[in-house]
Design a protein around this ligand. Structure first.
Ligand code: C5P
Length: 229
């Protein structure tokens, strides 16, 4: 099988990110670089890690008016090598997502963030969303992302079944909130094991601390990949 594990290199430190990338790259299919790294190190830091040769998911979760997001993505596509996947927040709306997709075309897979996996129903209600549950919001946002032409979504493992039921199979699902059975849940609230997320239809499993926080990250990544077979 191709390796669906995407390790989240959640550190602002270039040397640490590169060392982690080198250690785990035989056991992962992708690496995720997030805002804490990119804001600190910019294009040069990104290119140092990307030079390790593993496809990059650049997780910057853009959320602004359509023109600004489109221009932001155009700037990001100057990175070499370009990321394999990058993303915007679906709650930026249809017009923003469409402008974003028009700006990148097929040069990168553009996915939408639905509802963060750290948010519970109470959290989204407190933030002023209406009284629907997180899963209804996530499905609604996934449908909106699909109609705007996005290639897929970031979603919780718990949202996978509904997304698989209502959207075409080719619509990419990138899934954080993954915890091996023996790992601590930490701040994630809607979690699943790697195998159960894969069986529920996840295409990419985003896994951070269970790998990066392990005494031996390479062994942890290899163990997770082995658990999928
Ligand atoms: O350490 P852990 O496995 O919880 O890391 C999950 C990664 O996925 C983090 O980089 C986090 O920012 C990201 N993420 C998430 N929930 C989302 C989108 C991204 O946890 N909805």
């Amino acid at each position: 099988m191709t390796n669906p594990v995407c390790v989240a290199l959640d550190t602002p430190d270039v040397a640490k990110a590169r060392a982690l990338a080198r250690a785990v790259k035989p056991h992962v299919g992708m690496m995720k670089i997030g805002m804490e790294f990119f804001y600190a190190n910019g294009a040069a830091g990104y290119e140092t890690v990307a030079a390790e040769g593993v496809p990059i998911f650049l997780d910057l979760k853009l959320h602004d008016i359509p023109n600004t997001v489109a221009q932001g993505l155009t700037s990001l596509l100057k990175l070499a090598p370009a990321p394999a996947i990058t993303n915007v927040h679906c709650s930026g709306g249809f017009d923003m997502m469409k402008a974003a997709k028009d700006a990148v075309g097929n040069r990168v897979k553009l996915i939408g963030v639905t509802i963060l996996t750290s948010l519970s129903n109470e959290n989204i209600w407190a933030a002023g969303f209406d009284a629907r549950q997180t899963d209804e919001h996530a499905l609604n946002l996934a449908k909106l992302a699909h109609s705007a032409g996005l290639d897929g979504v970031v979603c919780s493992p718990h949202d996978l079944a509904a997304i698989r039921q209502h959207l075409p199979r080719g619509f990419l699902t990138v899934v954080p909130g993954i915890r091996p059975a023996d790992a601590a849940v930490q701040d994630q609230k809607r979690v699943a094991t790697p195998k159960s997320a894969l069986e529920a239809g996840a295409d990419v499993l985003v896994i951070g601390r269970p790998i990066t926080g392990a005494a031996d990250p390479a062994k942890a990544a290899a163990g997770i990949f082995a658990s999928l077979k």
